[in-house]
Design a protein around this ligand. Structure first.
Ligand code: BMA
Length: 340
């Protein structure tokens, strides 16, 4: 049971391990047998990371960033009975356009998977004469239809809310440049139809805390709770030896999510384990999805580790919201409506 209600289905078979007694910092703990997806997970794919999963028909389904052996990332479908042991389709997802013709992106990375009403949306970064957000929809995980790109380049980090707010779809994104983007705040955009996007608002700034001083970006789809939208996001620090990606937490206003109610000044998870510190890109914890059980308040966080593996971490809605509120430090940019 939880004191704070999460507005999502009950998922009694979600992966879970209890909180260890000796947690030093935030109430977020790792699955002891991490990483749950190791190197060379299927023929022609060297690494899977930064991937998104959700409950589906009593089991679990996911869209996975597979780095092919030619170095180009693509999206693969995966299935799991327990959310831990994943089986992948060997063929990449075959995207079609609205007339049903093949419409494959040149590359595709950092997919998110979000259900709004009766449709599942996959949101990823692809090429649109520069890195930009692509979206596809499916209702059966067999036909994946690409819809209009929401924004012009450059933008490569977008997360959809799991329900309409004020009658509109709502998307968080992080406008960027064509390189490794040494800046970036989280913005929000609305659409009545998933085609036309507007009413852009600034949500959160980088910079106020040192571990996220370079840039921030949405992570998992926000979780609706009694306290507001619980957002797990990534925050980046630019060190003399490269970027370090940690997981942060914030709570956004339920009706006006461009207003940040609470923002944790401490990271919730930062690279500490070998699979987070060592890999293709060292020192990366990059959250892309959660699985939540409304009956117990349990939350599983799926995150990419070192651009090489998938890690799994856990928290509980009561503990993490209490920690975010107790350690909240919002800036003026965060708490305003975000329109200038
Ligand atoms: C970001 C994205 C992520 C990646 C991260 C660390 O810009 O490209 O896919 O995990 O860098 O390399």
């Amino acid at each position: 049971m939880s004191e704070i209600k999460m507005y999502c289905p009950a998922v009694p078979n979600m992966p879970w391990v209890p909180m260890p007694e000796d947690l030093p910092n935030a109430p977020v703990w790792r699955y002891p047998a991490n990483p749950i997806i190791g190197r060379n997970p299927l023929p022609g794919v060297a690494r899977i990371f930064n991937s998104a999963v959700m409950p589906y028909n009593g089991e679990f389904i996911g869209v996975f960033r597979g780095e092919q052996t030619n170095g180009i990332p693509y999206i693969y479908l995966g299935h799991s009975k327990d959310g831990i042991d994943w089986k992948f389709d060997e063929e990449k997802i075959n995207f079609v356009d609205e007339s049903g013709k093949s419409f494959m992106p040149r590359y595709a990375y950092d997919p998110r998977l979000v259900k709004v009403e009766d449709t599942y949306y996959i949101i990823w970064c692809g090429d649109f004469y520069g890195a930009a957000i692509h979206i596809a929809k499916t209702q059966d995980f067999k036909t994946f239809t690409r819809i209009e790109n929401p924004f012009i380049p450059f933008n490569r980090n977008a997360v959809l809310f799991p329900r309409k707010i004020g009658g509109n779809f709502v998307l968080l994104s992080r406008p960027s440049d064509s390189g490794h983007t040494p800046f970036g705040d989280i913005f929000l955009s609305e659409s009545p139809d998933m085609t036309y996007w507007g009413k852009h608002r600034h949500v959160m700034s980088r910079g106020s805390n040192w571990w996220e001083s370079l840039k921030i970006g949405g992570g998992a789809a926000p979780i609706e709770t009694d306290e507001g939208w619980l957002l797990f996001y990534h925050g980046v620090s630019g060190t003399c030896n490269g970027y370090v990606y940690s997981i942060g937490g914030a709570i956004l206003d339920i009706d006006n999510p461009s207003i940040v109610k609470y923002r944790c000044q401490n990271f919730l998870l930062t690279p500490e384990e070998w699979y987070e510190e060592r890999g293709f890109v060292p020192n990366v914890c990059f959250p892309c999805a959660t699985i939540c059980d409304s009956a117990t308040g349990r939350i599983a966080i799926y995150y990419g580790a070192a651009d090489s593996y998938v890690g799994l971490a856990f928290t509980h809605v009561d503990y993490v919201i209490d920690y975010i509120k107790k350690n909240s430090n919002t800036s003026y940019d965060d708490v305003e409506i975000g329109r200038r």
